[in-house]
Write a protein that binds this ligand. Sequence first.
Ligand SMILES: *Cc1c(COP(=O)(O)O)cnc(C)c1O
Length: 355
Amino acid sequence: MTVALDISVTKAERSKLEDINLENIPFGKYFTDHMLEADYENGSWKNVEIKPYQPLLLAPSLAALHYGQAIFEGIKAYKDENDNAFIFRPSDNFRRFNKSAERMNMPVVPEEIFIEGMNKLIALDKNWIPAKKDHSLYVRPVMFSTDDMLGVRPSDNYKFLIILSPTGPYFVEPMKILVEENFTRAAPGGVGFSKNAGNYGGSMLAATSAKKMGFDQVLWTDAFEHKWLQEVGMMNVFFIIDNIAVTPSLEEGTILEGVTRDSVITGLKEMGIPVSERKISIDELVAAYKDGKVSEVFGTGTAAVIAPIKELNYKGFSMKFNTDNYKISQSLKTWLNDIREGKLEDKYGWMWKVG
Ligand SMILES: *Cc1c(COP(=O)(O)O)cnc(C)c1O
């Protein structure tokens, strides 16, 4: 289905880029000159525009603020030495965004707005993509309900935005993780597989309590038994056990289907490492650790890509891992970077050319 959607473009009078040093910029702090905005009204998307990055004017009764219909995505764009810009796997995020939309009873966003709009926006702000190793442009699509009345029901009106933030190397210190036994991130039948704002809001207290105890994040367990491993913070988790990569399977709907997770699974298979997507319990992990079979534990996600874990604490029992010896996760990181930098053939069509 092709909808003829005109995207109007209003350019910023002056670029803020002159004021910003793109060296070692913190994640998510600066935004580019332009943003995309579209409105869903009376059953269709309209007012699709790219315009200078600016605040929104919203009613205090805005439905999203009260009832939480809000979803988002996180994607990265890169630039090569020849000034070509690429978006990493945007179609996968597009598909996932609309899955989240359906779960949250929100309208789907057409490809012409999500992908084409993103393409146009990035092309316009291309100078903001740092053409340096480990640098990228973080792309944040977001949609939320905009009815201005307090009746509890799915909103009739929605706003879709895309904003862009240049980002430097996201250096991740190996993490110390608490296996979470009280709080729950997701339950079967719930919204854990969708990238909705509330999942993040609901997870913060667990992370804060863990930090007070000296940990960086939590490893979520299932809602019923607090036994089946789920995700680490807001990242998917992998365990290398006996040279097999084990990661929790998706079928219960409690795991976010990470694009990095999928890329890593592809990479592991290319490297000849068997991948097992299945249920894995904390008891199995502890037993394997005691047998000396767990060689690597890491999280995966767009922002950090691969985040090594140096310690997992379960009921006071501390499992320690020497992250300096992590070979598989290191190779995966190099492999992914090489694809992104064009040093390796893009066999899977992951690099989507802007322009
Ligand atoms: C976004 C997210 C991930 C990672 O997904 P990517 O597509 O790899 O960025 C993992 N878990 C949760 C809960 C998330 O919200």
